[in-house]
Design a protein around this ligand. Structure first.
Ligand code: KPL
Length: 306
């Protein structure tokens, strides 16, 4: 039986724990204690209660169990490195990591830092928490897994297979970097604007915001071109990136984006992981990114008031 540690019991972490627990030895690790009896609700079935092995980091360190087959890091992007550091002393340096973060901050850093294999996952599974013991799996999506240097294809296949067996559709890919940047493009077009204006994704279609979405996407499209990242439909023109952004806005019209949820809860946002790599790339390639910089500044001011 394989064993998995899941660092970060947020919505995706708990979705993984619920899904993998019937098939594997799963330990969900967080900074604070959570009830072991957890419930998962899906649109198609009655709520299901499940006992999960949830422990705090200090309990895990005190137990010092044998290193797991794999560590999934499901924290926010800015907490991923600290989460790994907190358990590194009881891990084998060959343990594979799977990073589930948004943006492109944690992935290159941990790929460079960790001696063992580092896989990245990007998912469209829709899940959110309602309190400390309830997870709503609101919509089935798809997960893509791969590593930035394409050195661990067999491992990516294994992880994708395990996820699929656990009921989470997944595919191993050799272009995870592009997929992470494509998601980053969509997140940059939606998250800062909805977070700053306190609106649901669909409201971006109003005249008051649509021009600002387009201004963001114009800069993002230039940066993607410089980075050699194509839009998912295989082309790299501004229209392709605009079509992608508007399509996601349409499909997630009723969503409260993750960044808006963070702002409402007065938590630090993932602005550094989402806007940071774009602004950094714009600077490296001498592509203007005034709009992105402006959003980053506005978010920084907002966060400073928390
Ligand atoms: O990924 C998202 C998020 O909320 O972070 C989007 C695509 C913006 C959907 O809400």
């Amino acid at each position: 039986m394989t064993s998995h540690w899941i660092l970060g019991p947020g919505a995706i972490g708990r979705l993984l724990a619920h899904s993998l627990s019937p098939l594997a030895d799963v330990t969900s690790v967080g900074r604070r204690a959570l009830p072991a009896q957890q419930t998962i609700t899906t649109p198609e079935a009655e709520p299901r209660s499940q006992h999960l092995n949830v422990i705090t980091t200090s309990q895990l360190l005190a137990k010092a169990p044998a290193p797991p087959t794999c560590v999934h890091i499901t924290t926010k992007a800015m907490a991923a490195e600290a989460a790994l550091e907190s358990v590194a002393s009881i891990l084998s340096t060959t343990t594979p990591l799977v990073l589930w973060q948004n943006g492109f901050l944690a992935q290159p850093r941990l790929t460079e830092l960790w001696p063992g294999p580092v896989l990245c996952a990007t998912t469209t599974e829709g899940a959110y928490l309602t309190g400390d013991k309830n997870l709503v799996h609101a919509g089935h999506g798809h997960t893509f897994v791969g590593d930035l240097e394409n050195r661990h294809a067999a491992l990516a296949q294994q992880i994708a297979h395990q996820l699929a067996q656990a009921g989470l559709a997944a595919t191993a890919v050799d272009d995870i970097r592009s997929r992470l940047w494509q998601k980053l493009a969509v997140n940059a077009a939606i998250n800062p604007l909805v977070a700053l204006n306190g609106i649901r994704n669909g409201e971006l279609r109003c005249a008051a915001y649509a021009g600002r979405v387009e201004a963001v996407v114009e800069e993002v499209a230039e940066i993607m071109l410089a980075e050699g990242v194509q839009a998912p439909n295989g082309d790299s023109g501004l229209d392709d990136w605009l079509a992608l952004a508007w399509d996601v806005i349409e499909k997630t019209a009723n969503n409260k984006a993750s960044m808006l949820q963070d702002v409402e809860a007065k938590r630090l946002t993932e602005r550094e992981a989402i806007l940071g790599p774009l602004i950094g790339s714009g600077e490296r390639h001498e592509v203007g990114c005034e709009v992105l910089r402006g959003l980053n500044r506005e978010l920084a001011v907002l966060e400073a008031g928390f």
